[in-house]
Design a protein around this ligand. Structure first.
Ligand code: GLC
Length: 500
């Protein structure tokens, strides 16, 4: 066979393989229907289930964690509060001034969590929380030095809200034990411990006992509360009143929360439910932990790449399978696994004779980050030059034009699946709570945060498209206002601390 023919055969074989992979990542209207119905079923099961710990057991439904937040801010709240926020990649300490008019001022110290706390198996819980304590002291030294000077009777206690963005068995507004780590952390001895106590102990050791951690919250709840605070004071642009109904995150991880009628939260102890209802509290915010949806893979489809990522590379095999198809932590890893497989099948990167010869970065799990994908997604440069440079820069990997075309198609399918799946919980909550029919026009607001939904090009419009295809239809989709609650978890934690 001539060189040209050989090249053509290879290019066609690659194209066929890519078409097949892309079609295995498709989520159509029928799948959206099926998943939405199952999501509602899992929400209901989860609300009735009394044990939150083992969400994997069949038929237990979603975690549906009660947060003890029973009312939403309206923008008139005032005060100066501290907030700390442990996310998947950063730890932030902030002081938040709520101005009472839907606005706030914030000072913050944001630190990238050092690799060793994420990847070193021998790191202990005490070491991690000691790091958090030290960063908090660094913040206080910079922004509130007066606190370090106060002694004895002068000490004015300051309330702090702690956003801890991992599944927690929350026992009150200010306490909760870690069920399991998700995203990158693996520190075993934190599981089962009260994370507020662990943090407060380290604050005390750092001479910061004037700080009282009075509220524990998830980042979705923080985002929701902060969205309610900032939107409370502002009428929507159409002069329409729209109601905040969901707080959600699409970043390193993904998750959401909403207000549920207390009488439906059967997992709350009867006595507590009766007391709350007696006090006139009718709703409570539920942290769904939707990353954990369908861990049994009853309805979610799984490609061989999904299975490999979960089983071989993820820190929590068998858990958070929905998150592993959606969140920013996994998008690049999916592409990396597909490329390694296409290479093993002799379809790309022929200059490397075998796996061992591949560039080190392509062989390293989680090395390919979603930021690279976001550049490829919209690359319209001649010969996909932008993609070529991105791959050279991030993976030290030279590519041919055919390979780059294949990569761009794969990237677009990976993200489309993520955005389409992201529509499932949103449609499910809107249907379950009947939010779209509550008022005459039924306009609703969704407060969101997270780098995928904020920055990934086209993510929001793909999500909207999927919402229109979902059971809520185009009518429902039009009633949804998606609003960014930037850095919401800091303001939200402060709002939580205010009412604690
Ligand atoms: C993971 C965590 C969850 C968090 C989400 C977004 O799914 O388990 O608690 O809200 O990431 O950060």
């Amino acid at each position: 066979m001539s060189f040209e023919n050989l090249h053509k055969v290879n290019a066609e074989a690659l194209e066929d393989a890519v078409v097949e992979i892309c079609s295995s990542l498709e989520v159509d209207a029928a799948k959206l229907d099926e998943l939405t119905a199952y999501f509602i079923e899992c929400m209901e099961k989860g609300l009735n289930n009394t044990s939150v710990g083992e969400e994997k057991t069949v038929d237990k439904g979603l975690p549906m964690i009660p947060t003890y937040v029973t009312s939403l801010p309206n923008g008139t709240e005032r005060g100066v509060l501290l907030a700390a926020d442990l996310g998947g990649t950063h730890f932030r300490v902030c002081s938040v001034t709520l101005n009472g008019d839907g606005t706030f001022d914030m000072q913050q110290l944001k630190s990238k969590i050092p690799e060793e706390y994420l990847n070193d198996k021998d790191v202990t819980s005490e070491e991690l929380f000691s790091y958090l304590g030290r960063r908090t002291r660094a913040f206080v030294r910079k922004h509130h030095p007066e606190l370090l000077k106060s002694t004895g009777e002068n000490i004015k206690p300051l309330k702090m809200g702690f956003t801890f963005s991992y599944p927690i068995d929350q026992t009150s507004l200010s306490s909760g034990t870690l069920i399991r780590w998700t995203k990158s952390f693996k520190i075993e001895d934190t599981v089962g411990k009260d994370v507020v106590r662990l943090y407060q102990e380290q604050l005390d050791i750092q001479g910061l006992s004037m700080i009282n951690v009075v509220a524990l919250t998830n980042d979705t709840v923080g985002t929701f509360l902060s969205h309610c605070y900032t939107s409370g004071a502002r009428p929507s642009s159409a002069g329409e009143i729209s109601e905040p109904v969901i707080g959600c995150i699409f970043g390193t991880g993904t998750n959401g929360c909403y207000m549920e009628d207390i009488e439906n939260i059967k997992k709350l102890p009867d006595e507590l439910r009766t007391r709350l209802l007696h006090e006139g509290k009718t709703q409570m915010c539920i942290n769904i932990e939707w990353g954990s949806f369908d861990n049994e893979l009853k309805h979610l489809s799984a490609t061989k790449y999904d299975i490999d990522i979960d089983q071989k590379f993820s820190p929590n095999p068998g858990y958070h399978l929905f998150e592993k198809r959606i969140s920013g932590m996994y998008l690049g890893e999916l592409l990396r696994n597909i490329l390694v497989d296409l290479h093993a099948r002799g379809l790309i990167l022929g200059q490397y004779r075998n796996y061992d010869q591949l560039p080190h970065r392509l062989k390293t799990p989680f090395q390919l980050c979603s930021e690279v994908l976001s550049r490829i997604e919209i690359d319209d440069s001649t010969n996909l030059r932008e993609t070529e440079l991105s791959f050279l820069q991030s993976l030290r990997l030279p590519t041919t034009f055919e390979e780059r075309k294949a990569i761009q198609n794969l990237v677009r399918s990976i993200t489309r699946r993520s955005a389409y799946l992201a529509a499932v919980p949103i449609a499910a909550i809107l249907i379950k709570t009947n939010a779209l029919n509550k008022r005459y026009h039924g306009e609703v607001e969704i407060g969101f945060d997270g780098y995928v939904i904020e920055y990934y090009p086209g993510f929001r419009s793909m999500l909207r498209h999927a919402l229109a295809l979902s059971p809520i239809g185009t009518e429902g989709e039009r009633k949804i206002h998606l609003r960014l609650a930037k850095d919401g978890s800091g303001v939200g934690a402060a709002l939580c601390a205010l009412v604690a």
